[in-house]
Design a protein around this ligand. Structure first.
Ligand code: NAG
Length: 210
């Protein structure tokens, strides 16, 4: 009787020891993996961040240059450039010619004619194989092309087409994208030669959506 109780107590003690051993091992493993995660991921994230930042600047610089050059070329004001970035319809000739200049530089308008293939290609690079977006885009391009069909003045042609596309595609625009864009615009400088990092973010977004 007595030895039975003793053996049961010993068994229980062995079990308790095993449990505490396991939990010690688990604690150890948790700490080790935590240290591993901290040390292995921190430099990677930093590198990625730098890489992304550089990539972003590489992407933006030519676009920013194009914006500035087009503004000079057609004597567009900062307000005109802002309208383009905000996707507000242009109201004066300089603003309309600014849109034409940008679309020409991106080969969306070639030989004074809209290049549907190039426009689709630019968007495919952004939206990938999102067939929903691409099919809406194709429909929008067809409808907007029809609207500008009889316009022969290139600045009018470009800006009417651009406005039409934005109207047709607006609903698919990511709300967050738009919010970020507006936020960036709030910090925009009035001189097209002086751009801030926040504007770069916005410029990249606009470039992607051209
Ligand atoms: C800027 O304009 C050049 C042509 O002048 C064009 O080749 C290039 O793709 C444009 N870049 C961007 C990012 O808009």
């Amino acid at each position: 009787m007595k030895s039975k109780t003793k053996r049961a107590r010993e068994n229980r003690q062995t079990a308790n020891m095993a449990v505490s051993e396991i939990s010690r091992i688990l604690t150890f493993l948790t700490i080790v993996s935590f240290i591993y995660i901290v040390y292995s991921f921190q430099p990677l994230t930093k590198d990625e961040h730098i890489e992304r930042y550089n990539k972003m600047n590489e992407d933006i610089e030519p676009f920013r240059k194009n914006l500035t050059e087009c503004a000079r070329q057609v004597k567009a004001s900062m307000a005109d450039v802002e309208k383009f970035l905000k996707r507000v319809p242009q109201s004066n000739m300089e603003g309309k010619c600014f849109v034409a200049c940008i679309l020409k530089r991106n080969s969306i308008i070639k030989n004074n004619k809209l290049s549907q293939e190039n426009l689709l290609e630019v968007n495919r690079a952004v939206y990938g194989d999102d067939s929903e977006v691409m099919s809406r885009l194709k429909t929008a391009i067809l409808e907007c092309s029809k609207i500008v069909e009889d316009i022969f003045e290139i600045c009018e042609y470009a800006s009417v087409f651009n406005d039409c596309m934005h109207m047709k595609m607006e609903h698919i625009l990511d709300k967050i994208t738009m919010e970020r864009r507006m936020e960036a615009l709030g910090q925009m400088s009035s001189n097209p030669d002086e751009w801030s990092e926040e504007e770069d973010e916005m410029l990249k977004l606009v470039k992607d959506e051209l």
